[in-house]
Design a protein around this ligand. Sequence first.
Ligand SMILES: [Zn+2]
Ligand SMILES: [Zn+2]
Length: 507
Amino acid sequence: MSKQFHKQLWQRAVHLSPQSQAPHDSLLVLEGARECPVCGQVQMLPEIRPGYSVDCVRCGTQLARRRRTSVIGTPVALCMTAAALYLVLLLDPLMTLNVYGRENTVSLWAGPEELAHQGYGGIALLVAFVTIVMPGVAIALMGAILYGASRKRMPDWVPCLLAWYERLRAWSMVEVYVLGVLVAYTKLVELAVVTLQPGVYLLGALMITMATLDSTFDDELIWNNRALRETVDGQCGRLFDVAHADRQCDVLPPSRHAVSCTCCSLVMAFDHPVEAQADLGDCPRCGQILRRRKKNGFVASAAFLIAGITLYIPANLFPIMTYSKVGSGSPSTIMSGVIELWQADMIPLALLVLFASITVPVLKILALASMLVATRLKVRKPLVFLGKLYRAVEIIGRWSMIDVFMISILCAVVRFGFMANVHAELGIVCFALVVVLTIFAAERFDPRGMWDAAGLNDAAPNMYEHEWRVYKEAAVCAATQGRTPVEAPLSKGQQPPDHNDMEPEHA
Ligand SMILES: [Zn+2]
Ligand SMILES: [Zn+2]
């Protein structure tokens, strides 16, 4: 807070100082360029037709996609449906359990409430946050973004909300909760009479609506509608004039000059090489802080990963819950839960829990550890495979929460005192922490660092530095005089970078 305040004070002082009248440095915006978020290759994107997507020329990561659906209309309809489903879901029960004539009906709130009642306040907060608070926040943010984007002049708060939406969306775990409910239901059917209530169907409908909303929402088209500021605040109050490079031009800056905004993906180039983790000022489109690479990504990711590995051992050794019937019961661990499901002939479910609770965390830990080692050892060969692995880790990481959700539901439903009771145990706290810590580790890790360390981003710049400088000066000069930028010089033997191949979308 105080850092932001000091920054604003400093910027005001610079705006008022006589030096601010002096000619500013320039920041060249490369229209139509995109930096691959996985390998860091800057490349020009072709115009994308609706229904098509474009992949990175080096590592195959999807860089952009165009939907056939309406830019605002379809997401608005889906967002309104999701909001209605969410509000009704908050009031509706999920399931009823009947044990020897005694009934217990639970809603979405009951799981966190019961966990808090049993003394696991932290896990209760986590479950409430990802299953109740975040879906609501995601829907509200999306509604506000779509409202702002539909107005003639996009209000200044839209980029800020869009940045928050991108950051928080992964923490809304409705789809994982649906699977948690399914696993809990299958376990309960063995014990007593279970009746599914309308809430479960609403939950399923909400999951499908939110997934469709995300796949039809094209943030790039919304960003493209946003006008760029003409001057931006750079490092230490320096001002930069924003100039535009020609969209048709194949020339790309040396990678150490280029920076891509992590929020709106705008690619810009500086006059001079810039440090990888330095604060480079504000993005002219969304106002977020520009950095070439995530700050302290390697160290933070390693720290989260080591903490996750340390907790993974007690998460497997300690019991995660105790099911007691008529006063007696035995605690069960993650593995014994899988074996019980297997022995009860529920083999698909046993495999699902085995995959989500044991395979996914182990794979995540091994994958992240190998990426950190690859960065340190500066290896080149398996980088494309590691890039694919990173994307997989990002997607499947949250599915390990199934066990945590299942236990929160079982604790809430099986609450018949002496007759039948489920109590959460310490193992589930360790396990939930492992999931959260490995999500943080994946989030903080910057996969572009692997290509940087191997020297692949600096070794083959698209243009040599002095030629880039000549081109940039000409482009800035043309932009200020209102002409189209000059044709770029190409060095001997240098080919323009390959255009990305456009592929029909499979998603
Ligand atoms: Zn790439
Ligand atoms: Zn931006």
